[in-house]
Design a binder for this molecule. Sequence first.
Ligand SMILES: Nc1ncnc2c1ncn2[C@@H]1O[C@H](COP(=O)(O)OP(=O)(O)OP(=O)(O)O)[C@@H](O)[C@H]1O
Length: 237
Amino acid sequence: MSTPAYLEVSRVERTFGSGPTAVHALRGVSLTAGTGEVVAVRGRSGSGKTSLLNIIGGLDRPDAGTVRVDGVEVTALSDDDVLALRRTTVAYVFQSFGLVPILNAHENVEIPLRLRGVDPAEREARVTEALDHVGLAKHAKQRPGQLSGGQQQRVALARALAARPGLLLADEPTGQLDSETGREIMELIVRLAKEGQMTTVVTTHDPVLLSLADRVLEIADGAIGEPAESATAGGAH
Ligand SMILES: Nc1ncnc2c1ncn2[C@@H]1O[C@H](COP(=O)(O)OP(=O)(O)OP(=O)(O)O)[C@@H](O)[C@H]1O
């Protein structure tokens, strides 16, 4: 029997509202991603990308279908168990960075470790390592407002990494960055995914970023398919 993929999404459906105004955001979406694989999901605005990531990460529940992460059926867990899974296994990176403005870079990266009750010495070591990994060791004491957009996204990535997640979900992580910085961030995401064997699902519109992913999936009107040209998109890094 073959080993199941790290992430398995099967026939997920999500409808918002009801009656004639109902929006079928996801219509039977299935996908898999292996350990350390970087899968890019591209699609127009409103095609269902964020809805899909929210369901994979346990922030929302589907009306039908299942999500398995590392063999655990997320969609069958209680709310408390989903919360625990989100703290231990899944990390998010958003377009808007999601940093706490009054905390410096070091303190922002430390948040998930505090939530998990990691002891102070281990926390210090992990935060230092994560900031070092994203090239921000010298900026640990700076607050988000004192950092560039690219540096803020690096802090958000360090925060994700420090929790040592098996699954990284990145929703348009370069959407607020210029193209050069966006490319650097995407390259960093791919490098971190490979080094840490972190399965990654990233949504983006940017063709350059898509070319860095191992695989590209196209989502349109809540349904997913693999675009023909993506056959050559993998392995470009
Ligand atoms: N909470 C909600 N209530 C009602 N409709 C929703 C909700 N969330 C999403 N939708 C609808 O579901 C569809 C898919 O939205 P979603 O945010 O997943 O798209 P997207 O591809 O991420 O778009 P964008 O690229 O603009 O972020 C849209 O038509 C959206 O209006």
